[in-house]
Design a protein around this ligand. Structure first.
Ligand code: CA
Length: 226
């Protein structure tokens, strides 16, 4: 299930939103400040973002994330309703904007709509591999593959961003939730790619599914292999 990051410094509102969204089946991450929001964003599929935050403000959060290349959907929920600020947030890369006080039903509806747009419902096909993101299943031909949670996350991350090259650092943040500067070794990514390739019967030199982009990272092979 999708992971939502709620960034809200009003404890009551934060509690209300996490309760309501939790009831919808989403996994919730929560923080009350902008610095943590930037750090935690790679672990989330969508961010609900207040603008008036202690320390790093919401607009700065959007700017930093977009500059770092993160494309998770951001739904701003702010008491600041002035057109100038709404336009600024959208220009910086927010995907949607709600003004407080808002209805929680509308929050749920907007979250659903944003996730629908950002996550392909349909399957992703790479050679004889069929990846079903919603069901979190991978088939090779007719065979359902037995992948570990980490292997599956790794493959889904690449598959859901076709053509995009993922550096080891970004994969660490996304799949392992490691914060920048954390002691987790980037080579763990290489080990898991090797594991995954072995399970897929893939050869690193002529990989049919996961391509190594020299000096940059990994991406899913997008065109059919001849
Ligand atoms: Ca606030």
């Amino acid at each position: 299930m999708e992971r939502l990051l709620v960034v809200e410094d009003d404890p009551q509102l934060a509690h209300l939103m996490t309760t309501v969204l939790g009831r919808e089946g989403y996994t919730l991450l929560l923080t009350n400040n902008g610095l943590d929001a930037v750090q935690m964003a790679p672990q989330a599929d969508l961010m609900l973002l207040d603008l008036g935050l202690p320390g790093l403000g919401g607009l700065e959060v959007i700017r930093e994330l977009r500059e770092a290349g993160w494309n998770l959907p951001i739904l701003v929920i702010s008491a600041q309703g002035a057109e100038e600020i709404r336009v600024r947030a959208l220009e910086l890369g927010a995907d949607d904007y709600l003004t407080k006080p808002m209805s929680v039903r509308e929050v749920v509806a907007r979250v659903r709509a944003l996730l629908r747009r950002s996550r392909p419902e349909q399957e992703i096909q790479v050679g004889d591999l069929r990846i079903l993101p919603k069901r979190r299943q991978v088939y090779q031909g007719e065979r359902l593959l037995d992948l570990s949670r980490t292997e599956l996350e790794l493959l889904l991350t690449l598959a859901l961003h076709p053509g995009e090259v993922w550096s080891r650092e970004r994969l660490l943040q996304r799949v392992w939730g490691a914060e920048r500067g954390n002691a987790v070794d980037e080579r763990v990514v290489d080990s898991y790619v090797a594991l995954l390739r072995r399970k897929l019967g893939d050869d690193p030199k002529t990989s049919r599914y996961i391509a190594t982009v020299f000096g940059r990272g990994y991406r899913l092979v997008s065109s059919p292999v001849d």
